[in-house]
Design a protein around this ligand. Sequence first.
Ligand SMILES: [Fe+2]
Ligand SMILES: [Fe+2]
Length: 208
Amino acid sequence: MIATGIDFVRAARRVREHIGQRHRYIHILNVARTAVRLARVHGADPTQARTAGLFHDLARLYPAERLLRECAERGMPIDGFEHANPIVLHARLGAELARDWFGVGDEAILSAIRKHTVAAATMSPLDEILYLADGLEPGRAYAGRAEMLALAFDDLATAMKAHLSEALAYQRERQFTPAPQMLAALDHYAHMEPALSECEGLREKRSA
Ligand SMILES: [Fe+2]
Ligand SMILES: [Fe+2]
């Protein structure tokens, strides 16, 4: 865990050297900052959020064959979806690199890194924070991003449901096969109880 600002600067420098691409490094810093802001609002640990953000994309620029090879060398199971779409392995491999290279032993942080690309049926608030920060950081340019980020500040689970629905609609439009974990995640969020704020919104509408 990165306990101090000096540790963060040192670790960030190593991440920047490893990534070697300005665009991706700026994304990483944006994700870390957005994750910290979300953590503060939702009562999660900002240090865990910042650490998860800084290390989430360590393997993002690896070509497909390297992702498959390094995961296989580590004895990591690779499912059919991952074989067909090796890019998603950067999340699980990235967690391994965060542990090996930076000594991240906190399972909560490693879980958030592993789940940041395809989500999962069961997600902790920190998992949700990193997933949403990754998709909604200010460098992402698409219609509705800022509104969705505002929703994430308001309610994590509602934002997860909205973000997953949009991501799956986008993939279906392009006839991409969605990750099974993503479908399981949407199934979970689609069936949860509405958030208190949503209930209050409905009540207001009914009484109007
Ligand atoms: Fe990523
Ligand atoms: Fe990312």
